[in-house]
Write a protein of this length. Structure first.
Length: 276
């Protein structure tokens, strides 16, 4: 799930994207693309798109206006439905908006597409790209190795949930919340508050030991779920709680031995070798 929704930057402006595994293509937030082309803020770009969409529809140009809607992270930190378009539609949209950014944006889009295709055929490229990003942010090699492992473990965990019939994003979020609370004693929201986070990724702000215990919880839940035949949310929830309790027991035993709390308020600023 972590890789499905991505925030990309074009000349320091954010563009929300989503990769569709089944169709093997990118979807881009139309409003974000309009904001880049018109050099307007989000609200003005939203209004611009509304007017343009009505005009193009009136002209019978449905190739651009016949958009899908997907849930993406809004500026208020909540997932909201927004108009999205695939690469072909975005290129046609660019033709409808006079802009100096048109050609640079086309080049950027082609690079985004190429990177994903490269990663599909050679996963090592994606790993190396992630390594480079975390190194530039100042994380230690030990932490980076742990973080990359969590991505694989997380994918195995969500893949198993899909096998058991979990498909809705809200159900993945609920089960993740249950898992986190079971082993750590905190809901995801409480955990992020403890670390002083708002929109930041929780795992990017975990210590090595927190990452290890979270991986133990997820991989235990995955293996327990695989041993069961029944499908559905209740079965998945039971597996998640059982897996979370295994990590909880390990955490408690370690805390007794070391005399230190595992779950801490340390965030990325303290974890990194250097401040951003």
């Amino acid at each position: 799930m972590e890789k499905d929704n991505e925030l990309k930057l074009f000349e320091n402006k954010r563009i929300r994207t989503k990769w569709d595994e089944k169709q093997e293509k990118w979807y881009f937030s139309v409003i974000d693309i309009v904001a880049v082309l018109t050099d307007k803020d989000y609200q003005k770009a939203r209004t611009y798109w509304k007017v343009l969409k009505n005009r193009l529809s009136a002209e019978g140009n449905e190739t651009v206006t016949n958009c899908n809607q997907l849930k993406m992270m809004a500026y208020d930190g909540k997932l909201r439905l927004t108009d999205v378009a695939d690469m072909k539609q975005i290129l046609r949209l660019i033709q409808s908006i006079p802009s100096k950014k048109a050609e640079p944006l086309k080049l950027w889009l082609s690079q985004v597409g190429k990177e994903r295709i490269d990663e599909v055929y050679d996963p090592e490229i994606a790993i190396n790209r992630a390594l480079d990003i975390y190194r530039k942010k100042g994380y230690s090699e030990e932490w980076i190795n742990q973080r990359l492992k969590t991505i694989d473990i997380r994918k195995e965990f969500t893949d198993e949930l899909k096998e058991k019939g979990i498909s809705e994003a809200k159900d993945f979020a609920i089960l993740t919340n249950i898992l986190t609370q079971t082993w750590s004693g905190y809901t995801v929201k409480e955990y992020k508050k403890l670390k002083g986070l708002k929109k930041e990724n929780l795992r990017d702000n975990m210590t090595n030991m927190e990452l290890v215990l979270n991986m133990l919880a997820e991989t235990s839940s995955t293996e327990i779920s695989k041993s069961k035949q029944k499908r559905g949310f209740k079965e998945a929830q039971d597996s998640v709680i059982e897996g979370g309790n295994i990590a909880k027991t390990a955490k408690e035993q370690l805390e007794i031995k070391t005399g230190k709390k595992i779950v801490s308020s340390e965030n990325a600023r303290k974890i990194r070798k250097i401040n951003p």
